[in-house]
Design a protein around this ligand. Structure first.
Ligand SMILES: NC(=O)C1=CN([C@@H]2O[C@H](COP(=O)(O)OP(=O)(O)OC[C@H]3O[C@@H](n4cnc5c(N)ncnc54)[C@H](OP(=O)(O)O)[C@@H]3O)[C@@H](O)[C@H]2O)C=CC1
Ligand SMILES: CC(C)CCC[C@@H](C)[C@H]1CC=C2C3=C(CC[C@@]21C)[C@@]1(C)CC[C@H](O)C[C@@H]1CC3
Length: 417
């Protein structure tokens, strides 16, 4: 039987776009890693030098990377404080997921703390970023190939709505199977939050430790970047269940895009500000630092309040915290919020996320564009993601979605966009 996705419109520029992204994403990541440690640290210049293979390939990095993944798998398999059910699938069944991501973060912190106490040179991790990113990239390619092959024997009902066009490059990139699992181990759910997000804050911490070793103490800017991003990662893992309703879990297959994005792109490019600060220390006075804390707090408040309001409403529309909000009925029986945060713009959570992204870059000063890469990339990602979500909501809710767009005309920034 032809999978339903074979008629789905192609995204990301089709096979050509997918092929270009598979080259461009790793190339951009290596460019950022090299630029951050170079003197001029220019985002838009060609890389100062091309690393030789010996600088990229290291058996120690390979061992470390697989130990890391093994450790996170072990934490995932520990008894969870809660099991959650995912959205209803095509065959009307629902998958179950362990909610123990925050526990994995705490256990990792304890283990790393213990390691440091017995002399683990955490700062030395910063010297291994290049070979680690290299093995992680190779892993993502091999892993995506295995996922692609696994999908060949999966039943049609297990395939994702997209990612089954019949073009191998496009399908390899987008991912064919929606929820690839072995037994109850869910690969996509595992990768979405744990190994990448936790590695991101661990790399940040290693950069902070290394800065302390080099300059006597970490700079205020390094503290801020570490603190802000730890809050973001801790929050994501604390609210792990919320990821079950994102398009990554409910709509996208598991292929190169998410395997590379989750496992490689997040830890090695999202830590760019801390990488930049290690090699290019920036002065930051207390009043400015306080203003940045306020900016991050405002962004976080909007992001968290908007996400929680929607999650509470989706779980139980009669919950007293959301029962008074105005809604639009839809033909599916579900309602759309049209007041509160979701009555202000159609993606208030993205607005908060973008304000935080700015607060993460400003501690790096304004002399270089490089630390603003995350803000630029993230704006493009969210604008594209918003357009994809819009298409999916239009399909789901039809006229009711048109009415929502009429009542709430702005997408992310009130009166601007
Ligand atoms: N740092 C990073 O790299 C990234 C961060 N993020 C963050 O992750 C979080 C999740 O984002 P994302 O998965 O894109 O999507 P959202 O959490 O914004 O969810 C979108 C869904 O919400 C529901 N919805 C939309 N409008 C309404 C409404 N008015 N009332 C009720 N429900 C509504 C629809 O699903 P339904 O109706 O089916 O419930 C829609 O598909 C965000 O905070 C985002 O900022 C996301 C991507 C990358
Ligand atoms: C670079 C590629 C083209 C795209 C890669 C995309 C991924 C990096 C992101 C897709 C959705 C993500 C989400 C998060 C991190 C980034 C990825 C994996 C969060 C976990 C970030 C924290 C939030 O609280 C929840 C997010 C869910 C989606």
């Amino acid at each position: 039987m032809a999978p339903q996705g074979s008629r789905a419109p192609l995204e990301f520029g089709g096979p050509l776009g997918a092929a270009a992204l598979m080259l461009l994403l790793p190339a951009t990541m290596f460019h950022l890693l090299l630029a951050a440690r170079s003197g001029p640290a220019r985002l838009l210049d060609l890389p100062p030098y091309l690393p030789r293979l010996e600088a990229l390939w290291s058996p120690r990095a390979l061992l470390l990377w697989f130990t890391w993944l093994g450790l996170q798998v072990a934490f995932y398999l520990l008894p969870a404080r809660k099991m959650a059910e995912g959205q209803e699938l095509k065959d009307k069944s629902r998958l179950r997921y362990p909610i123990n991501g925050f526990q994995a973060l705490v256990l990792t912190a304890l283990l790393v703390g213990l390691g440091v106490l017995v002399g683990l040179p955490l700062g030395a991790l910063t010297e291994m970023l290049l070979p680690l990113a290299f093995v992680a990239t190779l892993t993502a390619f091999v892993f995506s190939l295995l996922l692609y092959l696994k999908a060949l024997i999966a039943p049609a009902s297990a395939l994702a709505p997209g990612g089954n066009s019949g073009n191998p490059i496009y399908d390899f990139f987008l991912g064919r199977e929606l929820n690839p699992r072995i037994g109850s181990f869910d690969f996509k759910y595992f990768c979405e939050l744990r190994p990448g997000l936790i590695a991101w804050v661990l790399i940040n911490l290693a950069l902070l430790v290394q800065e302390a070793e080099l300059r006597g103490s970490p700079s205020l800017a390094m503290w801020l970047v570490n603190g802000f991003q730890l809050l973001y990662v801790g929050d994501a893992l604390w609210h792990e269940e919320a990821v079950l309703t994102t398009m990554d879990i409910t709509h996208d297959g598991f292929g190169f895009m998410l395997a590379f994005g989750d496992l490689v792109w997040v830890p090695f490019t999202y830590s760019l500000q801390a990488q930049f600060l290690l090699y290019h220390p920036q002065p930051l006075e207390l009043p400015m630092a306080s203003a940045l804390c306020l900016m991050n707090a405002v962004g976080f408040y909007i992001f968290r309040a908007a996400n929680s309001q929607k999650n509470t409403f989706r779980k139980n529309p009669s919950d007293p915290r959301v029962a008074d909000l105005e809604t639009i009925p839809t033909a599916t029986g579900r309602q759309l919020l049209v007041s509160g945060w979701w009555g202000m713009v159609r993606h208030p959570n993205y607005l908060g996320d973008l304000i935080m992204a700015l607060a993460w870059s400003l501690p790096c000063g304004v002399s270089h564009l490089l630390p603003y890469f995350y803000l630029l990339y993230f704006t493009a990602l969210l604008v594209h993601r918003e357009a994809r979500d819009e298409q999916q909501c239009l399909q789901k809710y039809g006229l009711a979605w048109h009415e929502y767009c009429r009542r709430v005309p702005y997408r992310i920034v009130p009166y601007v966009y």
